[in-house]
Design a protein around this ligand. Structure first.
Ligand SMILES: Cc1ncc(COP(=O)(O)O)c(C=O)c1O
Length: 400
């Protein structure tokens, strides 16, 4: 009887047939860390910036911009699928420099970098559903699902070699030898997540040449501008790729460099071979956005616009970003100097690094020392402080 009832109830929508989904590992880690009462516990798991006191504060420039918005914003009326065009325009100059005025580049506001990636993926699927997206290993775990959910096939290419703690560029280029014209190459613009490893300028030039020669489309994910070597420096590869190739895509996030995480602030830029094709691409970006989220959330992007259009606030934001970057890079230097096996970390950039340890070691560090990190050994450098580095390295040393 109960079977019949269940069948009858489930028939219109067989939810019970949906595949079980794995729990979010990092959320589980947050809960475990919270429940740990040991005083010296260390959280290098969650991927947000932390200051010396372990806080993820609202940036001063953001607070000031929010106060200004509170005083001056007199309407919450709809803007449109493109979001805040002042935001996209000003941010575009920060990202693209002199290229920003090109008629062949167009951008729209999106809900975070994730929204930008997804909108870009939907645009690609609409334009060429046969294209394969090539993704280096390892990568941010959401990359594969974002493109796959948009209906695109994905393939991986070798990127980071854990044994040597460096990029295996030859293996990457060998694997990409199988890419076909029209395929998409996903690239981290700076501060690679999870490895922190960066390509040299010469290697980037080879990638641009490969895309050009084989008709591959570069799709850059720039989620940490300013957190690696500087605002200008971290945009250099994006500008080089957009300068050299007729068609390119950029998914951008302001959620880390403005500390706006939950406000969901991002943008998608597309460059096409001519201004009319760019207009066509923009119309498609807008129609896709309309059917997914209709319009992006306003507040965070309005905050970024207010900061970028006000020279005093902009200077304050840049100074805060400089301090964040200096903190991360000082911790990188301290880790690199503390143990020979950690030396490569000093030369890597961004918030993340992969420790050369086993999954068993990750569990031991958690259980025996209250050190919390992702199961693959990825650490958020900003989760450390000058004071905790020695204890962290001492606990780690037997596993290195
Ligand atoms: C490489 C990379 N791309 C994109 C994102 C998405 O950022 P957002 O929070 O703006 O969606 C992240 C976030 O962790 C990331 O690490």
């Amino acid at each position: 009887m109960s079977d019949i009832l269940e069948t009858a109830i489930e028939a219109p929508l067989p939810l019970s047939l949906l595949a079980a989904q794995p729990a979010d590992a990092l959320l589980g880690l947050i809960a475990l860390h919270r429940a740990d009462t040991r005083p010296g516990k260390i959280d290098v798991g969650v991927g947000v910036f932390r200051d010396d006191a372990g806080r993820t504060p609202v940036m001063r420039a953001v607070k000031a911009a929010e106060a200004l918005l509170f005083e001056t914003q007199h309407s919450k009326s709809y803007l449109g699928a493109e979001g805040d065009t002042g935001y996209t325009e000003l941010l575009g100059r920060t990202v693209f420099g002199a290229l920003a005025s090109s008629e062949r580049i167009t951008g729209v506001q999106t809900p975070g970098g994730t929204g930008a990636l997804r909108l870009g993926a939907e645009l690609l699927a609409r334009a060429n559903s046969e294209a394969v997206v090539w993704i280096g290993t390892p990568t941010w775990p959401n990359h594969g699902p974002i493109f796959a959910e948009a209906g695109l096939a994905t393939r991986t290419h070798r990127f980071f070699d854990p044994a040597s703690a460096s990029i295996d560029f030859d293996a990457m280029m060998t694997d990409l030898g199988e890419a076909r014209p029209g395929d998409i190459l996903l690239l981290h613009g700076c501060c690679h997540n999870p490895t922190g490893a960066g390509l040299t300028a010469a290697q980037w030039a080879s990638i641009a040449a490969l895309c050009d020669a084989r008709g591959l489309l570069p799709f850059i994910d720039l989620a940490y501008q300013g957190l690696g070597d500087g605002l200008e420096e971290d945009a250099a590869t994006t500008r080089m790729i957009f300068d050299r190739l007729p068609t390119a895509i950029l998914a951008y996030s302001c959620d880390k460099n403005f500390g706006l995480y939950r406000e969901r602030v991002g943008a998608l830029w597309v460059q096409a071979a001519s201004a009319p094709i760019t207009e066509r691409a923009r119309a498609n970006m807008l129609s896709l956005a309309r059917s997914i989220w209709s319009m992006p959330p306003d507040h965070g992007a309005a905050v970024v616009r207010v900061i970028l259009e006000n020279s005093a606030l902009r200077a304050e934001w840049e100074a805060e970003l400089d301090a964040m970057r200096s903190r991360i890079n000082a911790l990188r230097a301290a880790l690199g100097a503390a143990h020979p096996a950690l030396a490569p970390i000093a030369g890597q950039r961004g918030m993340f690094a992969m420790l050369p340890i086993t999954p068993e070691a990750v569990v031991d560090l958690r259980e025996s020392h209250g050190i919390y990190m992702a199961g693959n050994g990825r650490i958020n450098i900003a989760g450390l402080t000058r004071e905790t580095v020695p204890a962290f390295v001492a606990a780690l040393a037997p596993h290195l």
